[in-house]
Design a protein around this ligand. Structure first.
Ligand code: IMP
Ligand code: MG
Length: 189
């Protein structure tokens, strides 16, 4: 058998133990809020060409909708960082898995993230990117926990409770990113 083939197909199809709840934020509410954020970003960046920096993988769905809700020419790039691995508990360590391809010096950068939880990932990325001397650096998050520190976040989609959430790009162990709404996920006790 080729090394790239999974030796056990059920390892790929097996769902994580737990249950996806009803929609916490419906696809319609997501679409409406993303349009509002797009309008706000458009107003705030008139005459400029912002560089949207998406944080992989969770932000990929949000960022693709957001890019199309901004009525300005935009450029996009992505970074990948890892702080959780496959667990739902933060390891407390942020690691760059993929860096930008774009030189951001002098650029108007908007960092696009799926969710701010402890704020560790955003604090780390903000410091890393601001060291590269962008003309401006704003942060746009789709979701924020009620307890999250949001002083440095200019654009916030929704504030949510502490439950783990999946869908619209967010995962649990690489599952459920494809769901159209944001759902809570209740792991088995
Ligand atoms: P922070 O560094 O603690 O703010 O964690 C932020 C990162 O953890 C996000 O970019 C997500 O990738 C991940 N994360 C935190 N909470 C959730 C969740 O409820 N669902 C999916 N991913 C989450
Ligand atoms: Mg993330």
């Amino acid at each position: 058998m080729a090394a790239s083939e999974p030796s056990d197909a059920s390892a790929v199809t097996r769902l994580p133990p737990g249950r996806v709840g009803p929609p916490l934020i419906t696809a319609d509410r997501l679409a409406e809020r993303v349009r509002e954020l797009g309008r706000q970003i458009t107003e705030d960046h008139r005459g400029r060409r912002p560089l949207l920096v998406g944080v992989l993988k969770g932000a990929f769905v949000f960022m693709s909708d957001l890019a199309r809700a901004i009525d300005l020419p935009v450029e996009i790039d992505f970074m990948a960082v890892s702080s959780y691995g496959e667990a739902t508990e933060s390891s407390g360590v942020v690691r760059i898995v993929k860096d930008l391809e774009t030189d951001i010096a002098g650029r108007d950068v908007i960092l696009v993230e799926d969710i701010v939880d402890s704020g560790l990932t955003l604090r780390y990325l903000r410091r890393l990117l601001s060291d590269r001397r962008p003309a401006s650096l704003e942060i746009c998050v789709l979701l924020a926990r009620a307890r999250a520190e949001l002083d440095e976040v200019r654009y916030v989609g929704f504030t949510i409770p502490d439950d783990w959430v999946v869908g619209y790009g967010l995962d649990v162990g690489e599952h459920y990113r494809e769901l159209q709404a944001v759902h809570s996920f209740e792991p088995d006790a």
